[in-house]
Design a protein around this ligand. Structure first.
Ligand SMILES: Cc1cc2nc3c(=O)[nH]c(=O)nc-3n(C[C@H](O)[C@H](O)[C@H](O)COP(=O)(O)OP(=O)(O)OC[C@H]3O[C@@H](n4cnc5c(N)ncnc54)[C@H](O)[C@@H]3O)c2cc1C
Length: 130
């Protein structure tokens, strides 16, 4: 059994989790996200050959975990609010911090596969104002 760690709970991270779980239902998956709200695709409508309309929903971690645990036996999926601050690619370790009972907790997780889905920073184009 392999362990996939996903960093980020946006569209990319959740799609990675759902697709990987569909392909490898017995593998362990851990998703770490600094944001308490997760995004996922609710519905895809194909409008033309090249144009799709995508409906995105935002859910809490508890709602997402409930969806997974009620659908089938998904005890091998862990989703937690945690901020990753270091990735050791040589030893395949993830270092993260989370808050538990107002206390900062540090964690170290070993991964076999890693998917970094932390989004991007907007590139603000400088504009001259009059
Ligand atoms: C205001 C606004 C409006 C938009 N409107 C549209 C639209 O109408 N249509 C459209 O197609 N696109 C739109 N976009 C773009 C769309 O939101 C992004 O393309 C999409 O969300 C990118 O998804 P992502 O999963 O790659 O990243 P994100 O959604 O940014 O997710 C990144 C995740 O990584 C987590 N993360 C980051 N760093 C760490 C860390 N160190 N440790 C743990 N977790 C971490 C964050 O908490 C977050 O959950 C809009 C964007 C903005 C800002």
């Amino acid at each position: 059994m392999k362990h996939l760690v996903i960093i980020g709970g946006g569209i990319a991270g959740i799609t990675c989790l759902e697709s990987y779980h569909y392909l490898k239902p017995n593998d362990k998956i851990t998703l770490l996200s600094s944001s308490p709200l997760l995004k996922s695709i609710k519905q895809v409508n194909r409008l033309t050959k090249v144009l799709e309309e995508i409906q995105v929903e935002q859910v809490t971690i508890d709602e997402k975990i409930e969806k997974f645990t009620t659908n089938d036996d998904n005890n091998n999926i862990t989703i937690s609010i945690s901020n990753v601050y270091k990735v050791d690619t040589v030893n395949q370790l993830i270092y993260s911090r989370s808050i538990d009972n107002n206390e900062e907790v540090e964690s170290k997780i070993h991964y076999d596969y890693l998917c970094i889905c932390t989004g991007a920073k907007p590139n603000i184009i400088p504009m001259k104002s009059n």
